[in-house]
Ligand binder design. Structure first.
Ligand SMILES: [Zn+2]
Length: 140
């Protein structure tokens, strides 16, 4: 699978991550699957109730609201994203432990380098296998 993300949505993820510093931020991705491609049509930046530089959790109430909005728009949940303020864009041990959905995309935006770096993964929790999904950022 690969992911197509609009440049405007990518910027929202980056701005959300920067505005949450020094803590991790998170959110959800919704869109459509077409063959091997996940088209992200909408991003849902969410508050990180953990308010921590090394942990995040998706707030359940906001998640429910986002899922309702996706249904109303005819979009499917594609996965989630969170930021790594000072570590690379790789799933941490905890990220793998918390990856309950093997079909979801787990995207990580690292702010550790000069430029932000976004990488997305599928994660199989049982085997601890991760597979990177290439991300294309689309400008219209
Ligand atoms: Zn993480």
């Amino acid at each position: 699978m690969s992911i197509r993300l609009k440049a405007s949505d990518y910027r929202r993820i980056v701005e959300h991550a920067r505005s949450g510093l020094p803590n991790e931020t998170c959110g959800l991705l919704a869109g459509r699957r077409e063959g091997d491609v996940k088209h992200v049509e909408k991003v849902y930046p969410l508050d990180n109730p953990d308010a921590c530089p090394e942990h995040f959790s998706i707030p359940p109430g906001a998640q429910l609201e986002a899922i309702r909005d996706m249904r109303a728009l005819g979009l499917s949940p594609l996965g989630n994203f969170h930021s790594h303020p000072s570590t690379p864009a790789r799933p941490s041990d905890e990220d793998i432990n918390l990856a309950y959905d093997a079909s979801a995309s787990y995207c990580i935006l690292s702010l550790a380098g000069k430029e932000p770096a976004l990488k997305c993964f599928r994660i199989e929790r049982a085997s601890r296998a991760t597979a990177e999904e290439p991300v294309a950022i689309i400008t219209y």
